[in-house]
Design a protein around this ligand. Structure first.
Ligand code: CTP
Length: 404
């Protein structure tokens, strides 16, 4: 199951460190190689000698050890791995990771990596529940770090509650699941649009809309998590760049159109942006002053990005997906849109006042394809992203591409 995979296991200093020995045995049994970095505190709980015997690899302990640095520096250690697993992850190492502190080999390798990182927290209940640890884990999750557990249970300190490390068998299945999922879209290239566009009227004013970008960003993040090279072209939003995604920031529909054209070729295009349909024909160089009648703004149509991606003869992505924001007669209007824009799938939603779709956390989708319409239950935007991206990966498994 893990044949050929390389795991860099970082063991930090908690009583649960002894369970990492069993984890090493299980991972190696599945065919992966395991290299270990021990923090100084970890060496109080497990010895480098027993780790070396189990991994059959050199064990790395100290950033300032010249031998470690000359043989295999921290950059090389994380570059060589397919996945970094921090097990057990103490409150201390989670805090150092969250704040970019790199004062030993373990945290330096973690800061230097561009590989996925899985952490397995284990600590006292109060430490796990402290506002600091909660804020740190929230930060780490937002950056794409995977957290496994902890679970409720009896602890070495005599207390009971959340803080107990999950068992090595559970960690192994999460590692296997991770590799299975991240291979689903590997080798694919995806383009996602997100957020609103702003169309300037004068240096002060613009025409915009209420799109928050949450849906498009969640889709880009999920596509990237499943292994596709992902480019997110986004209008102005308050959101952080999703982990692992290349982000192109634009303001206007014309800029978004140019950025999307430049991002081709792509296998997948998902247009989740709320692109302004029109822009002022001319941008006033100076602020329009209040004098007499309100100004009449003459508008011209913006390029239709989804329409272009669906209809282009050159470089059409093999799967083109759009959204349809409608207020009433959602299905009828969405059917017309799928034909006009020649997209493969359309996710239609009702954005009438009161539905709170724009800016909100949830979405109620009608999934429309050539096969017909399928209502999805009300879901969070992250759940919509997961369901859509799983469908995308199934599509590529069912429809072989030119290169196989
Ligand atoms: N879209 C686009 N470029 C535009 C307008 C829309 O790429 N200039 C995309 C949106 O990202 C979405 C889909 O087209 O995926 C439908 O957007 P929507 O606003 O619902 O439809 P419009 O084409 O703008 O038509 P209308 O506003 O008349 O409903």
């Amino acid at each position: 199951m893990l044949k050929g995979k390389k795991i860099l296991l970082i063991i930090s200093g908690g009583i649960a460190a002894y369970k990492s020995l069993e984890l090493i045995r299980l991972i190696r049994q599945e065919g992966a190689t395991v290299r270990c970095i021990l923090t100084k505190a970890a060496t109080q709980f497990v010895t480098p000698l027993s780790i070396a015997a189990l991994t059959r690899e050199k064990v790395y302990c100290d950033l300032f050890s010249l031998t470690d640095e000359s043989e295999m520096g921290h950059i090389q250690l994380s570059r060589d791995a397919d996945l970094l697993v921090v097990c057990p992850a103490t409150a201390n190492i989670l805090a150092r990771m969250a704040h970019g502190i790199c004062d030993d080999l373990a945290t330096t390798a973690l800061l230097a990596t561009d590989k996925p990182v899985m952490t397995v927290p284990a600590m006292n209940v109060k430490m796990w529940q402290s506002p600091s640890t909660s804020a740190n884990t929230k930060l780490l999750r937002a950056r794409g770090v995977i957290l496994l557990g902890p679970i409720d249970g009896d602890m070495a300190c005599g207390e009971f509650g959340p803080g107990r490390m999950v068992e090595p068998e559970f960690i192994l299945s999460a590692i296997c699941e991770h590799f299975k999922e991240t291979a689903l879209l590997s080798g694919k290239r995806a383009l996602v649009t997100s957020g609103p566009t702003f169309e300037a009227i004068d240096p002060v004013r613009y025409l915009g809309n209420r799109s928050s970008g949450k849906q498009g960003h969640a889709i880009a993040s999920e596509i990237s998590r499943l292994g596709a090279e992902t480019i997110l072209v986004t209008g102005p939003t308050a959101l952080e760049a999703p982990y692992g995604v290349s982000v192109v920031h634009v303001e206007t529909a014309c800029e978004m159109y140019q950025a999307c054209k430049a991002a081709l070729p792509a296998d997948i295009a998902v247009c989740a942006a709320a692109v302004a349909d029109w822009r002022p024909e001319k941008i006033n160089a100076k602020k329009i002053k209040k004098s007499g009648d309100p100004p009449a703004i003459s508008m011209i149509e913006n390029p239709d990005i989804l329409g272009f991606l669906g209809n282009t003869k050159l470089d059409r992505p093999s799967l083109v997906i759009g959204f349809a924001a409608e207020t009433g007669e959602v299905l009828d209007k969405a059917q017309k849109k799928i034909n006009k824009k020649n997209c493969d799938w359309l996710l239609a939603n009702d954005v009438s006042l009161g539905t709170n779709v724009f800016g909100g956390e949830t979405n109620t989708i009608h999934f429309i394809s050539k096969a017909g319409a399928e209502p999805w239950p009300k879901m969070t935007k992250k759940e919509v992203a997961k369901r859509l991206v799983l469908r995308i990966s199934n599509h590529f498994r069912e429809v072989p591409t030119n290169n196989g």
